[in-house]
Ligand binder design. Structure first.
Ligand SMILES: [Zn+2]
Ligand SMILES: [Zn+2]
Length: 339
């Protein structure tokens, strides 16, 4: 595919999409019904449909019987860990293999023209972003993802929280499934904003930000505190009356969905003339500039409302630079007086 039909490339070879990242169209006033109708299938397909499909597959094939889950034991917990790790290895690993190791797409649609393997750095274990990020995925984040999973399954199995059934509450549970990505977006924004406070950033979140040029393994490369807070989004289904399948769906939006912001390509070419949009640009800009786009890509535009939104346009860049300039002046009033 010719990526220059969709964006532009600078002198360094970095590619950026044309236009701007648009927030979800239902925020428009007066309402734009045709835009909402066009957006709706994209909201569901392919990513949220994929997360729901994996949640259902887990429920049917992986999650043990309720009687088994009434008792905490290493057996079923380790089995869940093994499946989560295998699934992430297959999903993240195949994107890493085809697009980062074999470079089947070259740098077409790639935001940063360089590949992490070309940039060894002391900040990473073994000086390698790939090895560091992959080890953190499997040794830190996936065990904590599994811990959250075991906790909510055990709570549902024991009757510690309400377990609503689809046969009895079809509309309520369908509505809850529909807003699960909204819960994710708000939860992620709040914890992410919190770990950008100076002290927590240094102690916790700087690990994730070591990857300025993220690749799939960067998605779950986190400090344990961040990994726990991030996957704990599924525990909202112990507070809101829900069903374990929806809690799994919520967890998969976080665990499997983390890759969206870190693919590094705007589109993955998966067949002749067929490409999969990654929705990665907003979070790529977060990795590039740190203090923009704390949330997702505008489903709930908290960044826009709080002044930290970078929509990828030159105007967005200018607004960000102006905000950074004001911050520098605030921190260093002498510099402001000199200017
Ligand atoms: Zn990230
Ligand atoms: Zn961050």
């Amino acid at each position: 595919m010719d990526d220059l039909k969709f964006g532009k490339r600078n002198k360094r070879g970095d590619w950026a999409p044309n236009g701007r990242i648009e927030i979800a169209p239902f925020w428009a006033w007066p309402p734009k019904i045709p835009s909402v109708l066009k957006w709706l299938p994209e909201y569901i397909w392919p990513w949220n449909a994929f997360h729901m499909a994996t949640a259902l597959a887990y429920w049917c094939l992986v999650v043990p019987d309720v009687e088994v889950m009434k008792t905490l034991s290493w057996g079923w917990a380790l089995r869940l860990y093994a499946v989560n790790a295998a699934a992430i290895f297959a999903m993240y690993g195949s994107i890493e293999l085809f697009f980062y190791m074999r470079k089947k797409q070259g740098t077409r649609f790639k935001f940063n023209a360089r590949f992490p393997a070309e940039q060894p750095s002391d900040v990473f274990w073994f000086k390698s972003q790939n090895i560091d990020n992959a080890l953190r995925c499997f040794l830190i984040s996936i065990p904590l993802w599994t811990l959250v999973e075991v906790v909510f399954l055990w709570c549902f199995a024991n009757g510690s929280v309400p377990w609503l059934h689809f046969a009895d509450h079809p509309i309520y549970l369908a509505a809850l499934a529909f807003v699960a990505p909204v819960i994710h977006e708000v939860h992620f924004f709040v914890i992410h904003r919190a770990i950008h406070s100076p002290r927590l950033y240094k102690w916790v979140h700087s690990i994730h930000h070591n990857s300025i040029n993220p690749s799939p393994w960067s998605s779950l490369s986190m400090h344990p505190v961040e990994a726990l807070l991030y996957h704990a989004v599924a525990l909202w289904h112990l507070v809101i009356p829900s069903n374990p399948i929806l809690a799994l769906f919520q967890l998969h939006i976080a665990g499997f969905g983390a890759i969206n912001g870190h693919i590094g390509f705007d589109r993955l070419e998966i067949g002749r003339g067929v490409s999969l949009k990654s929705n990665a640009y907003a979070h790529y800009l977060h990795h590039k500039y740190f203090e923009v786009n704390y949330g997702g890509d505008g489903l709930i535009p908290l960044d826009l409302w709080l002044g930290t939104w970078h929509d990828g346009s030159p105007e967005g860049e200018a607004r960000m630079n102006e905000r950074f300039r004001r911050k520098r002046d605030r921190l260093n009033p002498k510099r402001q007086a000199a200017a």
